[in-house]
Design a protein around this ligand. Structure first.
Ligand code: SAM
Length: 243
């Protein structure tokens, strides 16, 4: 499987280290997860394993990372080899992923925004649902259906949305990551109604949207004004699904 992330690897790591959006993403994600001690977690769209490693280090009993890009999985595996935390990584497209086990939690920091339409979104969510135990939860961060390209400039946070083209189920967007070697990625910003019906069709009974939160330390460090452009027009949003 060749994907748009195959040539990105180390540059994406730069974004995680230098960009300001990961500060918000990490805080909101872990706040929603709550206590993960002893949990079995399937970390989808794991990329280079940034969150897979943190999840294990924060107390998960077992973390399996999944990504469609064999190059990203190669980076994740080499990090595991160099500094083992006990994680396993496998290459799968979540839209066609088999049953890999019964997990307490599935996580995905940026996966659903690669579903180009409702049909693919339902396939991803159904495969996630069948990999969870009865009381399992799916916690994810995805493209905010309410984001508008012309409302604010997000460059100071490490990325720029350079295209937002409407189609019947949402928008096709292009994002430029402003790292030392900038790179562009295409994502899909599907409508909120498409998400909500796909979640139900996939078998989840409950879901809730959560606005991204700025950690108090980041407000202290950068000042409240610095975050206003993001808060007025957040490009991402969190979602929690359960039975
Ligand atoms: C923005 S990166 C996020 C990586 C990681 N979650 C993080 O936050 O550092 C998105 C990842 O999603 C992966 N991806 C895209 N579509 C996918 C799919 N259908 N199935 C599995 N992984 C996918 C990409 O290869 C890429 O590594």
């Amino acid at each position: 499987m060749s994907t748009q992330y195959d040539n990105v690897g180390v540059n994406y790591e730069d974004f995680k280290a230098q960009g300001k959006l990961p500060i918000i993403e990490k805080y909101t994600f872990f706040k929603l997860l709550g206590n993960i001690q002893g949990k079995h977690i399937l970390d989808l769209a794991c990329g280079s394993g940034f969150y897979s490693r943190l999840l294990k280090q924060e107390g998960a009993a077992k973390v399996i990372g999944i990504d469609i890009s064999k190059e990203m999985v190669k980076v994740a595996r080499s990090k595991e080899n160099n500094n083992p935390v006990g994680n396993e990584y496998q290459v799968f497209d979540v839209a066609t992923m088999p049953h890999l086990g019964d997990f307490d939690l599935a996580t995905a920091v940026y996966l659903l925004n690669y579903a180009q339409n409702k049909e693919i979104l339902i396939k991803m969510l159904s495969n996630i649902h069948r990999n969870l135990v009865d009381k399992g939860r799916f916690i994810t961060i995805t493209a905010n259906p309410g984001f508008f390209i012309n409302k604010s400039d997000l460059s100071k946070y490490g990325l720029k949305v350079v295209k937002q083209e409407a189609f019947s189920e949402g928008y096709n967007c292009e994002i430029e990551f402003l790292t030392d070697s900038p790179f562009n990625i295409n994502v899909f910003q599907l409508h909120q109604s498409i998400y909500e019906s796909a979640i139900k069709e996939a078998g989840f009974k409950n879901f809730s949207w959560h606005n991204m939160e700025i950690p108090p330390e980041a407000i202290k460090e950068y000042g409240e004004d610095y975050w206003q452009d993001f808060l007025e027009n957040p490009c991402m949003i969190a979602l929690s699904c359960s039975n």
